[in-house]
Design a protein around this ligand. Structure first.
Ligand SMILES: Nc1ncnc2c1ncn2[C@@H]1O[C@H](COP(=O)(O)OP(=O)(O)OP(=O)(O)O)[C@@H](O)[C@H]1O
Ligand SMILES: [Mg+2]
Length: 223
């Protein structure tokens, strides 16, 4: 279960103050996949960062199960993230100097898996996502859609229960997007996990359970 209560996020800059998230309370149950849409600047990525605990709210609370994640220290939060979250950010965050294999292996190395297990897990996901041929390439040698799939593979390889993705199909063609939605949905459902996806692509609707839209920092459920 991921839960937020009265989450507000305010950005104060030299030029403007903005309430990017305005009093957001959401409950996401295990087994549930959520889709959030909304215009640019509505506050979607801000909310994803807060639910994923890479950012903290100005006020309000975030819970993963019984644990109030928004009350933990930075170090505790990163420990929890490693074990519980697969994150695909809008900026992808691939390491430029590392190969595709090493980018995907990164979280498994942090988790201290042995070399053989890492090899098996990374090769399996590369095969399943049809990108095994990219294994030894560096991110700069890849197309946008290829990089996108590496970021997705890295988020899924640890089999974390919570998968949060920001525009996961941003650089993919229609057919590949559907393949990826189906793959991601199957992995989440298999482990009774949670999916939280921000997307402008309406074809994601066939792969989600609950739909929200965001406007001016306010989250609204669509029925
Ligand atoms: N670090 C920051 N400092 C100041 N303002 C910020 C910061 N991050 C986001 N904002 C502002 O907060 C608002 C919401 O931004 P956010 O990135 O959450 O929107 P979004 O819905 O994800 O948009 P997009 O669809 O373009 O990705 C915007 O007005 C943005 O300018
Ligand atoms: Mg965004």
């Amino acid at each position: 279960m991921i839960k937020s209560r009265n989450v507000c996020k305010e950005y104060k800059t030299k030029h403007y103050d903005i309430i990017a998230n305005n009093n957001i309370s959401i409950d996401i149950k295990n087994g549930e996949i959520v889709w959030v849409s909304g215009v640019s600047g509505a506050g979607k990525s801000t909310l994803l960062h807060i639910l994923a605990s890479i950012d903290v709210p100005t006020s309000g609370h975030v819970y993963w199960g019984d644990k109030e994640i928004s009350a933990l220290s930075d170090k505790e939060r990163s420990h929890f993230r490693l074990n519980n979250i697969g994150l695909i950010l809008q900026s992808l965050e691939l390491l430029k100097t590392q190969t595709v294999f090493d980018n995907i292996a990164l979280p498994l190395r942090f988790m201290k898996y042995d070399k053989q297990k890492i090899d098996t897990k990374v090769n399996t996901i590369l095969e399943e996502l049809n990108i095994i041929n990219l294994k030894n390439k560096k991110p700069e040698q890849l197309s946008g859609g290829q990089k996108q799939r590496i970021a997705i593979a890295r988020a899924l390889v640890t089999e974390a229960p919570y998968i949060l993705g920001d525009e996961i199909s941003a650089n993919l063609d229609g057919e590949t997007s559907k393949f990826i939605y189906n793959y991601v949905k199957t992995s989440i459902k298999k482990r009774n996990g949670i999916g939280f996806f921000i997307s402008h692509d309406t074809s994601i609707k066939d792969y989600v359970d609950t739909t929200y839209t965001m406007k001016d920092g306010i989250l609204e459920a669509l029925v």
